[in-house]
Design a protein around this ligand. Structure first.
Ligand SMILES: Cc1ncc(COP(=O)(O)O)c(C=O)c1O
Length: 414
């Protein structure tokens, strides 16, 4: 009989198989110093484009002070227990009310981890008679939520409304047989390519089909819409999003998140969502820290304006320099190149060590073989000089890539 440990030692997984060569450099790198565009990597300062600190709040003095004061005043143990049993507080409820108001919903529920919450909320909202219809390029947290679903699910081609409609026809037929209902799940902004979900078009399908729409707006909240309320606001369909998820891990520069909806739906989640009812409440310093962040997001639209100034300069500059950045219409800025995995690692090594630019790289199996994506995340605390320097460096490394200078049989030694 097989031994689980022997199996996992022999097959370390699609990314884990590269761990020996890449740990600490390509994977699990350590960025040190204050969070911002200039951080240290292996003891040397790098221009950093790899953090979702969109609005620059991570190191904002008011945020740092609020976090420190709340840590000192309450400690991270408080409150003890799950919200339902002993871990509720006025601050938790205040933050929920303010978040609901921010995204124009009746109520909201705080969640400790965005990923876990998406999985758990999907699990909570549907039963085995219901049908899920979801986008093919959904984030892992949606896919894992869908995996828990005991009923049927239909996937539509990424952002393809015609295919979404086809799947809704199938889902409707099935739901009529089972007596179930339909939940459509998509994202506000797809974090890898940066394209917004076609929310407006999906919402228009509500005229023909009976379904509820659940949107994961992890990258949209704080970055899109007139007030920063996200992709629904940006596309003018916030009222038609039935369940809205926002994370604190990106624009809020914290951890946790929330789900907002009609009051009755939120009450249902509060009493049934397993990841919250069977887990300790969010620590008070985080709740108080999130209240401060939300206040700053609402009162300082200039953070978002600056983010977009940098984003627009970066994206238009890259395009003018001949780079392919695909269909992004958010701040996420992927730069598409062609090359093998060894070439991509040599390129990243050169970019980090010789040009001192740090960004994330995405290769097979996340994207098709032969494709390299260098993913840049602009923030409100980057400068125009950072943008210009980076585009100049990218022009140099892509020339080297085209000249075959990064060709090598082996992955760059780190
Ligand atoms: C689209 C999307 N959904 C959910 C998550 C998970 O959120 P969190 O980091 O708050 O767990 C992420 C974060 O990577 C994300 O990009």
């Amino acid at each position: 009989m097989a031994d689980i440990f022997e199996k996992i030692k022999a097959n370390r997984g699609p990314i884990g198989m590269h761990a020996t060569a890449s740990h600490g450099y390509f994977t699990f790198p350590k960025l040190e110093g204050d969070i911002g565009p200039h951080m240290n990597f292996r003891g040397k300062e790098k221009l950093n484009w790899s953090l979702n600190n969109y609005l620059g709040l991570a190191n904002h003095p008011e945020v740092r002070k609020a976090d420190a004061d709340a840590g000192a005043n309450y400690g991270f143990a408080m409150p003890m227990g799950a919200r339902m049993m002993s871990g509720n507080s006025n601050y938790h409820e205040q933050l929920e009310r303010e978040l609901a108001d921010f995204v124009s919903k009746e109520d909201a529920i705080l969640v400790n981890f965005g990923y876990q919450a998406m999985v758990s909320a999907i699990d909570c909202l549907v039963d085995r008679h219901d049908v899920i219809v979801y986008d093919a390029e959904s984030h892992a947290c949606i896919l894992d939520g869908v995996r828990l679903h005991m009923g049927k699910r239909y996937v539509f081609k990424h952002n393809d409304v015609e295919d979404c409609e086809k799947q809704l026809i199938r889902a409707t037929k099935l739901a009529e047989e089972t007596g179930g209902a339909i939940l459509v799940i998509t994202e506000g902004v797809f974090g890898m390519r940066g394209d917004q979900g076609c929310l407006k078009e999906i919402v228009a399908l509500k005229k023909k089909f009976n379904f509820r729409l659940f949107v994961d707006d992890a990258h949209g909240i704080g970055t899109l819409g007139k007030t920063g309320a996200g992709t629904g606001e940006e596309q003018g369909v916030q009222d038609d999003i039935d369940v809205y998820f926002g994370t604190f891990a990106k624009s809020f520069a914290m951890i946790g998140g929330f789900i907002a909806s009609d009051a009755q739906v939120v009450e249902y989640l509060r009493y049934n969502m397993r990841s919250q009812i069977f887990a300790k409440a969010m620590p008070l310093p985080l709740v108080v820290g999130a209240i401060k962040r939300l206040e700053l997001i609402r009162n300082h639209p200039e953070f978002k304006d600056k983010l977009w100034e940098i984003t627009n300069a970066l994206q238009s500059g890259l395009k003018a320099a001949g780079f392919e950045i695909g269909p992004t219409n958010s701040c996420v800025t992927p730069v598409y190149m062609s090359g093998s995995i060894p070439e991509s690692t040599n390129l990243i090594y050169d970019l980090r060590e010789n040009y001192n630019v740090f960004c994330s790289m995405v290769v097979y199996p996340v994207v098709p073989k032969g494709m390299i994506i260098l993913r840049l995340i602009p923030t409100a605390v980057h400068t125009m000089e950072d943008v210009q320097y980076t585009i100049a460096c990218f022009s140099k490394i892509v020339d080297k890539l085209k000249n075959g200078e990064y060709m090598s049989e082996t992955i760059a030694k780190v």
